[in-house]
Design a protein around this ligand. Sequence first.
Ligand code: FE2
Ligand code: FE2
Length: 175
Amino acid sequence: MAADAFVSQLNEQVAHEFAAHQQYVACAVHYDSETLPQLASFFYRQALEERDHAMMMIQYLLDADAEVVIPGVAAPQVGFSDVVAPVSLALAQERRVTEQINALAGTARDERDFTSEQFMQWFIKEQVEEVATMSDLLRVVQRSQDDPMEIENYMAREHPEAGGSDATAPHPAGG
Ligand SMILES: [Fe+2]
Ligand SMILES: [Fe+2]
């Protein structure tokens, strides 16, 4: 049985993950409209990862026989002043999500809900990667903001396509 406090906090996190999906679609569309296809493709892929995170949490709630509340989603920011702004926003978002994920693990531990605590471990590791990726990317876009084609070349070189599937990842609902 998952602890009630954890279940309601995880349902809130589902909403944050879907909101992150919408935000990354908005970032991708911004870059697509600026004809920066590598940056656009990176953010479309990040968006799908966020949706997967939500669906993994939904599958966990289903498996735990807990109530799942599919949320409405906060509207994303859609206007960006330059090539740097979407990446700064993304880094701030990933840092915020890292705090939320750590808080979820903390609630599970406080409730002595060790199954849920273990479920959160994959997300803790995932957040380390996502914050590192976005802070690297922020340095790159800041350095080359006057020459977006440099950024596109970097993306093509360092983030060519979706990485291989992660066998340790939780199963997403419907996946
Ligand atoms: Fe996420
Ligand atoms: Fe993320």
